[in-house]
Design a protein. Structure first.
Length: 221
């Protein structure tokens, strides 16, 4: 009996782990990090506040875990903040929102702006069809009652994350969110981009993959 039950228990355990991971991914689909991480809020006066932090890409706010309650940093405090560190990531406040600051090399900086779209369930329409409600109206209602900070959104809602980048070198910043837009920025290095993307598929919603591409392009003389 032991030899029969042991494989069965192993299969059950693996199923439970996989199910838990899937639930966890769904639960934090509108947050940048898969869990709240130890972080530091550095104030302009030098004060440091350490707590569990994450970035909510739906509300576009830094959120902290206050003994189980999820709260956004208050608007009156935002102008006093210099930098927010979440794990190994560094966020700076630009244009009334927080963006991740990544140093590609000594001369090139990358700003990563995390966003997402909330796709509400369709409403019943004529002839058995459905019509999508306005995502703006849906977002407003979520923001009003605080549900935008919940770890888990209702199953009928879909979250579509996307990322916008700003690359800075030579004192100039340019935005991009796709390979075609990046090609226009690096007009003199189109062949390097072509060579890299021929070997590596780049997901532009994954900053790590974008940074690896930029490393290659910047090092290609």
């Amino acid at each position: 009996m032991y030899f029969i039950m042991k494989p069965l228990l192993s299969v059950c355990f693996l199923f439970m782990v996989a199910f838990a991971q899937a639930q966890h991914a769904q639960r934090l689909s509108h947050y940048v990090f898969p869990e709240f991480r130890q972080g530091t809020v550095l104030m302009k006066n030098g004060a440091r506040n350490e707590t569990l932090l994450n970035y909510n890409s739906l509300s576009e706010e830094i959120v902290f875990n206050n003994h189980g309650s999820l709260l956004a940093i208050g608007k009156q405090v935002l102008p006093q903040i210099d930098t927010v560190f979440i794990g190994d990531s560094r966020f700076v406040r630009i244009d009334q929102t927080f963006m991740e600051w990544i140093e590609v090399n000594e001369d090139t900086r990358l700003l990563v702006e995390y966003k997402c779209k909330l796709i509400p369930p369709g409403k019943p329409a004529a002839y058995g069809g459905t019509s999508q409600t306005s995502s703006v109206e849906s977002y407003s209602s979520w923001l009003a009652d605080g549900r935008v900070y919940d770890l888990k959104l209702p199953d009928e809602y879909k979250v579509k994350p996307y990322t916008v980048y700003r690359i800075g070198h030579g004192g100039e910043w340019k935005s991009f969110s796709s390979l075609n837009q990046l090609r226009k920025i690096y007009k003199d290095k189109k062949e390097a981009i072509k060579a890299y993307t021929k070997q590596q598929k780049v997901d532009f919603d994954n900053p790590d993959e974008v940074v690896r591409l930029l490393h290659y392009v910047e090092s290609n003389k």
